[in-house]
Design a protein around this ligand. Sequence first.
Ligand code: CO8
Length: 374
Amino acid sequence: MSQSVVISGKGVWLPPHRISNQELVTALNAWSEAYNLEHAAEIAAGTCEPKPMSDAAFIEKASGIKSRYAFEKKGILDINRMRPDIEERPDDVLSQQAEMAVNAATIALKNANKTAADIDAVIVSCAYTQRAYPAIAIEVQAALGIAGFGFDMLVACSAATFAVHRAYEMVAVGSARAVLVINPELTSPQVNYTDRDSHFIFGDVATAIVIENGDLATSDHQYEILSTKAETQFSNNIRSNFGYVTRASDADPYSADKLFHQEGRKVFKDVCPMAIRHMQDHLHKLDLTETAVTRWWLHQANINMNQLIVRKLIGKEPGGEDAPIVLDEFANTASAGSIIAFTRHSDDLPSGSIGVICSFGAGYSIGSLIVKKR
Ligand code: CO8
């Protein structure tokens, strides 16, 4: 018989730096002006496109983003660099991403009333890992003194939900008592801060969740996982071509295609109906209706996207508490967004309330969990 499985702890670690829209816009516009001046002759001859200017008011209106956190601010606003200046650490020092993960995991463990001895597995799941091996999860496992095993997973924006699915399965069949799922989203190294269409989108953060056997859980707030659902459909509309094969080609390893890039409008149009249908199908499979859901903790890419999705689901204009938005403070934090919304906006729910955690993004990938407050 399978165990009842609960989310018993959660944590969000905030990086030390913040960057406002205006700071990014000022840097991009200064960089663009310098570029246009340098290429004035080609631009006049029509052989080179001038770089367009960005606008803070556009960013807030189009996305709902006001600011974001950065693991390292140095370098991002420097128009001679336009990328974070993250120092390489020696092999015997905790890597930056493991450091972020340990910070978030420590908060989640405390929130779950658990120690390292209670955890049987660690999954680090996010949009990028800092290196291929050894796994960041194993480094984190060692730093926290956890026995058992760890592994990394990459599923872009659905990395967190897909990892919780795996943790749920381990606990349900009894192969683990408790699993730590951590999402150290160090996105800033992959952001093209010279591209006005995407320079504002992402922020850094780390989230962590403890998934455990319901019989062992002792924390104040527990959410039983009733069901999980995942789906993927290939799309090139969100893409990064950076990878280990880059070195074997003579193409520019720092060209724009090696960084995050997307067709934002197309993504919006494709993903909204997919996410709506996904959540409806998932609820209906459990004989639940959309009106049974008290809260929707959705992926945080765009406020207009989330409002459209929830309006279609509940058939009315959503209030702030129906589907909490954290984009204004965090921007898009890849897979961590829905987990931040869940962590910040779930403890007030009365016992028995039903909620849906749902991520959607690159791949395309959609992952959801239906949970019930204990
Ligand atoms: N300032 C001023 N004007 C701008 C700017 C700017 N910064 N950016 C664009 N414009 C202009 C455009 O050029 C366009 O001008 P014109 O009409 O003359 O062509 C006009 O404004 C309108 O542009 P858009 O149609 O592109 O604007 P939208 O209203 O669509 O808003 C968004 C753009 C905000 C990007 C929106 O399309 C969006 O959010 N789409 C959804 C995207 C989404 O959900 N993506 C998921 C990505 S996250 C993910 O999958 C994780 C990946 C892994 C993590 C990566 C970490 C680095």
